[in-house]
Write a protein that binds this ligand. Structure first.
Ligand code: UDP
Length: 244
């Protein structure tokens, strides 16, 4: 299935639900080359305006998921069809039963020392039979990244979740994606912090009301600068006009 795309500041996001995105990824796992699944959120769209390398990576992604209430809002206001946020963590968790059923293995790369391992342990308990090929923390120097890619390749992982923050995670996927040998690289931001239990996710009510950003801000006030990007994103995206 090739989903329709909508553009936000020139960056394409697919018109997909969580379920549809998971099915597309499952299809990618059956193909014999590396795919990149990007997360298209307001911050990254704004960042890509002044970072050409990042823009190029996002334009060449095999799938860009509509991540964040700002994307949904912009789509609604411009007559688009995106109605559901597809966040890295939701998609990652939705994929798990499918990965168990298909016998696919995963690798978790990112977050502080020990967090990916804790997240892996948690996933093993929640999804019995899940194959975890390995984990690696995300605090590596640029010159050490190739070594990480080699370790991932040696693990034989089918699906690599990269949670090293943006734009580091996108750059890694573009530079070393093929070297990892994984069929799919998917960026997941701070998801390992939540899955490991170190960080609390917003209550469902906040998520349903589109207020997860507010909860995250209260938890991590340093996110303020990132939040302030939202109105700017909306303004720029409204200027792009209606989505055909
Ligand atoms: N991180 C990392 N390496 C770094 C910097 C950050 O692995 O050099 C991790 C960080 O520990 C966190 C994630 O990247 O787990 C980024 O989280 P953030 O909240 O920025 O991402 P979001 O979920 O908002 O995309």
């Amino acid at each position: 299935m090739k989903p329709a795309k909508e553009k936000f500041l020139g960056i394409p996001a697919a018109v997909v639900t969580n379920r549809e995105a998971a099915e597309i990824i499952l299809g990618m796992l059956q193909e014999n080359h590396t795919h990149f699944v990007a997360s298209v959120n307001p911050e990254i769209c704004v960042a890509a305006q002044s970072n050409q390398a990042l823009k190029k990576i996002l334009l060449s992604a095999d799938l860009g998921t509509p991540d964040g209430v700002g994307i949904v809002l912009s789509s609604r206001l411009r007559g688009g069809k995106i109605r559901e946020r597809v966040t890295g963590i939701d998609l990652m968790l939705d994929l798990m039963p499918m990965l168990v059923a298909g016998g696919y293995s995963i690798y978790l790369y990112g977050a502080a020392e020990g967090v990916a391992e804790e997240a892996a342990e948690n996933l093993r308990q929640r999804f019995p039979g899940l194959k975890i090929a390995g984990t690696h923390h995300g605090y590596v120097k640029p010159e050490e990244e190739r070594e990480v890619a080699r370790k991932i390749a040696a693990s034989g992982a089918d699906l690599l979740f990269v949670g090293t923050g943006s734009p580091r995670q996108e750059m890694f996927a573009a530079k070393y994606g093929a070297e990892t040998g994984a069929k799919v690289l998917m960026v997941v931001g701070g998801s390992f912090d939540v899955i490991s239990g170190r960080l609390q996710r917003a209550p469902l009510l906040f998520q349903k009301m589109g207020l997860e950003w507010l909860y995250r801000f209260c938890q991590q006030p340093r996110r303020l600068k990132r939040l302030l990007v939202l109105p700017y994103f909306l303004l720029l995206s409204l200027k792009e006009g209606r989505i055909k």
